[in-house]
Design a protein around this ligand. Structure first.
Ligand code: 3HC
Ligand code: NAI
Length: 697
């Protein structure tokens, strides 16, 4: 039939086989191949049933995302799936791996579905700023009812084969070979005289339920939880069409809504986020065949906030890990903290008691470096002081086996200097986790000037194994993420001195899509960290780099954030809900006065410009210095480590969307009005003047 879709006959069963690596996406050749194969099977009088099966690791994982934004090519996916459903011979989709998006829509157009027990199915289009556009919003509600369909389509979260079976999405769960299971099921259909069973013709699950109320509730929930997002509300409208319109009309409505999403800027940003997350793992200049060292055992030095979280990451990945602490007491406390943290997951229902115990068997505590002689990878997470790091790395050098990866989780110290404390700087690398390390997906992999290719490749592989988004970065103060966030933090403090309140700044940032406001975030991590940086900078920075004084004043008043119950907000005992801090206005007024600033009204747009353009200008400097290898890597870091909204694509994508000429012009104005911090990055200036984008680099 074609290279990517083949047709053969096994007895009375036609076998349609898709083979389009890596994920059997529904590019034009697959769509054409499916259409041709199903038509040929329909026309063959010997064929009594049809089985659809896929090669490789997965069933069809969806439409080919690379085709979005390009001129459409026939046949369209809706036409293909409608054709499959209309067929007169029973068809069976045999699902393994993931049947996602268009993949599940193809499966739903088949008359029966079976799934291997480790498979997952879902409609994740919303995560790409879309909605299921090939009948998913019309057929899924007909199978599982409106409530569950709304849940699945609006969240985009996949479900397991077992749950799919319970819900009737799949008819049978099997274990074993795909084709054999498919043929057995199809031959039984033939033997039982079963004909086609078209999902589109069903209405039973749409009846007897107040679907309108379910839709209204979902709309209200979204207005609260995702006010700025384009596609989720349209997902709801499409599902609504499933019970308010006949199938053909519903499919038409779905198509219109899909087309609206397809051209939305949020779709472009979310697809950018999808592809760049995968691109970030590719290290420029690192040969593909670079060997990766084995890592079957790990150690973490320092069982504090970060160390325990990092140890949990290894245990979650099934890798035994030792935590080394300074005393038996500190060691035992670290182990207990890991148990307590897992315990909270058990309480929330996201982990079973058995899984907790299993993970805890992988975490052990030690106090002697001699116990680390065999480990493959060590991550140091002790106090952020060079003297302490020196002692640790000297001890590691003396005790660890040759070839062990020696990593530091330092957030600001010079990795090259740390590497010099060993006689094997080529084995030293930075693994910069984000807090809480067991939760946050981002991992900056810091390449020192002597880090070997092999060690870098292994560090990236460790990141993948720990299910992190690993992004390679170079050595500088704060690496990529924290170096940029410093600019953002400083500007937001200046905004307070100029007239804004924390509530106003945070509301503007949340409206932009940030997961948390700048000040709620500062309260969460504690103001002392920022204060320490400020104090250090006051001693080293040239005088023209003015610094805000709010933090000092707040620290004097004992306001260090959530840990003291008071910071930019106040927190009632045991609560993390930020409430206005009644003492803050006086502090802000004093700071404004001291800086000689007349407090004024600031608009939300201005707040976004000041905070976002501060990130972008520093991002441009980072790119120019080669600390990040691509603008999109910076986006990946911000989305995965700092709650930057994926639907804005990351700070550098956002800059391109606004237009670099406009961003540059504003930064020039800020430079004139606000001083040295705002000196435009030469790269930004160059690109703006040439009419180019960061994406063009
Ligand atoms: N289209 C094109 N390329 C895709 C793709 C897709 N739908 N899904 C994955 N790929 C590519 C990736 O970019 C990657 O390419 P690379 O090797 O060049 O970097 C490669 O396939 C492997 O992907 P992963 O690294 O993500 O592999 P994993 O094994 O970790 O994950 C997966 C596999 C779970 C299928 C994951 O890739 C995934 O979630 N893909 C997207 C699924 C999706 O969103 N489907 C819906 C698409 S929209 C749609 O169907 C619209 C329809 O309703 C009309
Ligand atoms: P922490 O103060 O919570 O924990 C440090 C732990 O190290 C303590 O338990 C201490 O007993 C132990 N320790 C100190 N000296 C030791 C030694 N010589 N040998 C063995 N153990 C020793 O500190 P935290 O926050 O966990 O930070 C650790 C490192 O991680 C620092 O380098 C920090 O910059 C970095 N980091 C911190 C982040 C955060 O948000 N807290 C985020 C990313 C990195």
């Amino acid at each position: 039939m074609s290279d990517v879709v083949t047709l053969e006959r096994q007895g009375a069963v036609a076998v349609v086989r898709v083979n389009n690596p890596p994920v059997n996406a529904l590019g034009v050749a697959v769509r054409q191949g499916l259409e041709n194969s199903f038509k040929a099977a329909e026309a063959d009088p010997e064929v009594k049933a049809i089985v659809l099966v896929c090669e490789g690791n997965t069933f069809i994982a969806g439409a080919d995302i690379k085709e979005f934004g390009k001129p459409p090519q026939s046949p369209s996916l809706p036409d293909v799936v409608n054709g499959i459903e209309a067929g007169s011979k029973p068809s069976v989709a045999v699902i393994h791996g993931t049947a996602l998006g268009g993949g599940l829509e193809v499966a739903l157009s088949c008359h029966y579905r079976i799934a291997r027990k480790d498979a997952k199915v879902g409609l994740p289009e919303v995560k790409l700023g879309l909605l299921p556009g090939a009948g998913g919003t019309q057929r899924l509600p007909r199978v599982v009812g409106v409530e569950k369909a709304l849940d699945m389509i609006v969240s985009g979260a996949p479900i397991s084969a077992t749950e799919a079976n319970q819900l009737g999405v799949v008819d049978e769960v099997f274990d074993g070979e795909l084709l054999a299971a498919g043929l057995a099921f199809a031959n039984k259909l033939i033997a039982d005289g079963k004909g086609p069973r078209r999902t589109g013709e069903r209405t039973d699950k749409l009846e007897g339920v107040d679907n309108a109320a379910l839709v209204a509730a979902k709309r209200a929930e979204l207005e609260k939880k995702a006010p700025g997002l384009f596609s989720p509300q349209r997902c709801v409208s499409a599902v609504e069409a499933a019970f308010t319109l006949p199938l053909t009309e519903g499919l038409k409505r779905e198509r219109e809504l899909f087309a609206e999403c397809l051209v939305s800027p949020q779709r472009a940003a979310l697809v950018h986020a999808f592809f760049t997350e995968r691109l970030a793992s590719k290290v420029d200049g690192l040969p593909k065949d670079t060997p990766v060292r084995e890592f079957n055992s790990a150690a973490v030095i320092g069982g504090g906030t970060m160390g325990v979280g990092i140890a949990m990451c290894f245990a979650n990945a099934g890798i035994p890990v030792k935590i080394l602490e300074i005393s038996e007491d500190a060691r035992d406390k670290a182990i207990q903290r890991a148990r307590d943290t897992y315990g909270m997951s058990v309480k929330r229902g996201s982990l079973t008691e058995a899984a907790l115990e299993k993970r805890m068997t992988l975490i052990s505590g030690v106090t002697d470096y001699a116990d680390l002689a065999d480990v493959d990878v060590v991550v140091e997470a002790v106090f952020e002081e060079m003297g302490v790091k020196q002692k640790v790395f000297e001890a590691l050098d003396a005790n660890c086996k040759p070839g062990a990866i020696l990593a530091s989780n330092t957030s600001s110290l010079d990795l090259n200097q740390i590497a010099q404390f060993t006689k094997r700087p080529e084995d030293v690398v930075g693994l910069h986790f984000f807090s809480p390390a067991n939760v946050m997906r981002l991992l900056e992999v810091v390449r020192g000037e002597k880090t070997s290719d092999e060690v870098l490749a292994t560090a990236m592989a460790i990141g993948k194994k720990l299910k992190k988004v690993a992004v390679p970065v170079g050595v500088c103060d704060g690496f990529v993420g924290n170096r940029m966030v410093f600019q953002y933090g400083r500007e937001s403090e200046f905004l307070l001195e100029e007239g804004a309140t924390p509530e106003q700044v945070d509301a503007a940032l949340r409206k932009f899509g940030m997961a948390m406001g700048a000040f709620a975030m500062r309260d969460l991590s504690g103001l002392d960290i920022g204060l320490a940086i400020r104090t250090r900078q006051r001693q080293t920075l040239p005088a023209e780099f003015k610094l805000p004084t709010i933090l000092d004043k707040m620290a004097e008043a004992g306001m260090l954030g959530q840990k003291t119950g008071k910071g930019f907000y106040v927190y009632e005992k045991g609560s993390r809900t930020p409430l206005p801090n009644p003492e803050l206005p006086a502090i802000l007024a004093a700071a404004s006065k001291e800086q000689g600033v007349e407090r004024r009204e600031l608009s939300d747009d201005y707040i976004i410009e000041r905070t976002m353009y501060a990130l972008i200008n520093e991002g441009a400097k980072i790119l120019e210095e080669g600390v990040a290898q691509r603008a999109s890597d910076i986006d990946v870091i911000y989305i995965n480590g700092y709650g930057f909204p994926a639907h804005q694509g990351g700070p550098m994508f956002y800059a391109d969307a606004v237009g670099l000429d406009r961003v540059y012009a504003r930064i020039c104005e800020f430079h004139e009005q606000l001083g040295a911090w705002w000196k435009p990055a030469p790269l930004l200036e160059k690109l703006a003047k040439e009419g180019r984008k960061f994406a063009d680099l």
